[in-house]
Design a protein around this ligand. Structure first.
Ligand SMILES: [Zn+2]
Length: 461
C-alpha cells in the first residue's frame, strides 16, 4: 500500500519523511490534519473495479473511464468531485458489513455522476482555510496517458472541486441519485439489501471506531427515515432483492477490509478486531499488517507465511510477504516473492514499484538495469505512483543522469501535491534535456501545470 497526498502545502521535510521512510506504513503519521491522501493498493483497486464494473455500465459510463478511488480517511464518507471518479473513504470500507453495502454506496454516487449533478460547496467550505484539490493528480495522470487537453480541462475544473466533506447536493439531487442507484443495482442483478443495511448502520452510529463523523456521509448525503423507506420500497419490488451476494467477491472484500484495518488502525485495535484466535484468512491478513506496522517483523512474516502456505501463488500474499522482508532490511530475500507477485498480476504497476525498490535496495549494481526496466514499464501503465517515480529517480541518480533524475522528482512532487518543488525540478530537467525531446516536452508540461498551481495558490493567500 502506498499513499498519494493531494495537499499543496507539504514541506520538503514531510515529503522526505514519506518517500524515504523504510516502512511505507509509517506515512500516515506525517499527514497534516488538513491534507487528505489517496490510498493506493493493487488488491483493493482490483476488487473495487470488479465490484463496480456492472454498476458503471448500468449507469451508461465506461468502466475504463471511472475509477473508484480510496481516500485515506477513517471517517465514513463517499463523494464525487466533478469528474467520473467515485471517492470512498477507507473508513466507509471499514464500517461496511459486506461488499453489497459498498456497492449500494457506489451505485448512488454513480447516480450523481450520470445525472451530471453539479458540485456545490456547503457552508462549512468557506470556513476552511485550505481546501485541497484532488484533481491536479487526475490531470497529470490524464496527461501521462497522452490526453494533454483533457488533462488541462481537469485542472481547470479542479478549482471547483474540493474535499468530500465540503460538498453538498440538494435534496432533489439526493433523491435523483437514490432512484438512479437503485436502477443500476437492479440492472447489475445486485440486491439493495446492503444499501438499506448501510443506511441503518449509519443512523444507529453505534460505531466502535472513535472517529468523529460530523463532517462525513451524513452531511454530504443527509439521511432521513423518509429516504430509507422510499428506497426500501423500490428495492423490495426488484427481482434482484433476494439474490445472494457473490461469494467470491465477498471473500475478497473481507480480505481487503481486514488489510485496510491492519494498515490504518492502531495495531492494538486490529488485534482486538482480529484476535490471534481468529485463524481465518482475513484474521491472519489483518495481523500481518498490524505486526508489521508495530515493528514485529518475525510475527508479521509468520502470518504472511501461513497465508502463503495455503495459497503459494496469491500475488497479494506474495506482495505483503516481500514488502515485510524489504521493509525490515532483507531486500535480497524480498526479490523472489515480489518478482513472482509481479508475474502473477501481469506486471501490476504498484507491485512492480515495490519489486523495483527491492532490486535497488539490494545494492547489487547488476540489479539496476532490471529495476529500471520494471519501473519504467510500471509507470508507463500507471503514472500515479510517486513511490515508483522516487525509485526511478534513484536509478538515474546512481547513473549520474541528473536531468532525468530531476524529471522523475518533478513527477513525484506533482503526485505528492508539492507544486513549488515540482516546478523547480521540472525547470532543472528542462535545462539538462535536449530541447524538443519527449522528456523535455513532458518537463515543460509539468512546469506549466505547476506554475499555474503556484500562482493560483499565491492569489488565494
Ligand atoms: Zn448523494
Amino acid at each position: 500500500m502506498d499513499t498519494v497526498t493531494s495537499g499543496w502545502n507539504k514541506t520538503i521535510r514531510q515529503f522526505a519523511a514519506r518517500t524515504m521512510a523504510v516502512c511505507a506504513i509509517a506515512v500516515i503519521a506525517v499527514q497534516p490534519v488538513s491534507a487528505q491522501s489517496i490510498l493506493r493498493d493493487a488488491e483493493t483497486e482490483a476488487l473495487l473495479a470488479d465490484m463496480s464494473r456492472d454498476l458503471i455500465m448500468a449507469a451508461g459510463l465506461l468502466p475504463s473511464n471511472v475509477n473508484v478511488v480510496v481516500i485515506n480517511d477513517r471517517s465514513i464518507n463517499a463523494f464525487v468531485a466533478g469528474t467520473q471518479d467515485v471517492y470512498i473513504h477507507s473508513g466507509l470500507i471499514e464500517a461496511a458489513g459486506n461488499s453489497n453495502e459498498v456497492q449500494g454506496v457506489i451505485a448512488h454516487e454513480l447516480g450523481h455522476i450520470a445525472l451530471g449533478h453539479s458540485i456545490t460547496r456547503s457552508e462549512s467550505a468557506s470556513k476552511a482555510t485550505n481546501i485541497t484539490i484532488l484533481s491536479l493528480l487526475l490531470g497529470i495522470a490524464a496527461i501521462a496517458a497522452g490526453a494533454g487537453e483533457a488533462g488541462m480541462g481537469i485542472m481547470g475544473a479542479g478549482q471547483q472541486a474540493a474535499l468530500g466533506k465540503f460538498l453538498a447536493h440538494t435534496r432533489g439531487e439526493e433523491a435523483g441519485a437514490d432512484v438512479a442507484g437503485a436502477k443500476y443495482l437492479s440492472q447489475a442483478g445486485l440486491t439493495g439489501k446492503g444499501s438499506i443495511n448501510f443506511f441503518k448502520r449509519l443512523q444507529n452510529l453505534e460505531f466502535r471506531l472513535a472517529i468523529p463523523q460530523e463532517d462525513s456521509y451524513n452531511r454530504s448525503h443527509p439521511l432521513s427515515g423518509e429516504r430509507i423507506t422510499l428506497l426500501q420500497e423500490i428495492y423490495e419490488n426488484d427481482p434482484a432483492f433476494d439474490r445472494p451476494i457473490d461469494p467470491e467477491i465477498e471473500a475478497r472484500f473481507q480480505r481487503v477490509k481486514a488489510k485496510l484495518v491492519g494498515y490504518v488502525a492502531d495495531p492494538a485495535e486490529t488485534l482486538r478486531d482480529y484476535p490471534e484466535t481468529d485463524l481465518s484468512v482475513p484474521g491472519r491478513y489483518a495481523r500481518a499488517y498490524a505486526w508489521h506496522k508495530s515493528a514485529y517483523p518475525e510475527k508479521a512474516l509468520e502470518s504472511a507465511r501461513s497465508l502463503l502456505d495455503e495459497s503459494p501463488d496469491d500475488p497479494y500474499f506474495l506482495e505483503i510477504y516481500g514488502q515485510i522482508l524489504l521493509e525490515s532490511g532483507r531486500p535480497q530475500e524480498a526479490i523472489a516473492p515480489l518478482q513472482k507477485a509481479v508475474a502473477n498480476t501481469n506486471a501490476q504497476s504498484l507491485i512492480a514499484g515495490v519489486y523495483g525498490h527491492a532490486l535497488i535496495a539490494s545494492e547489487d549494481p547488476a540489479n539496476l538495469p532490471e529495476a529500471e526496466r520494471v519501473l519504467k514499464a510500471a509507470l508507463a501503465r500507471d503514472a500515479a505512483n510517486p513511490f515508483a517515480w522516487y525509485q526511478l529517480g534513484v536509478v538515474y541518480e546512481t547513473r549520474g543522469d541528473r536531468p532525468r533524475a530531476a524529471l522523475a522528482s518533478a513527477e513525484r512532487y506533482v503526485l505528492q501535491g508539492n507544486a513549488p518543488l515540482a516546478l523547480r525540478s521540472a525547470e532543472e530537467a528542462m535545462i539538462g534535456l535536449p530541447q524538443g525531446a519527449a522528456d523535455w516536452i513532458r518537463a515543460q508540461d509539468i512546469a506549466i501545470l505547476a506554475r499555474d498551481a503556484v500562482e493560483r495558490q499565491s492569489r488565494r493567500r
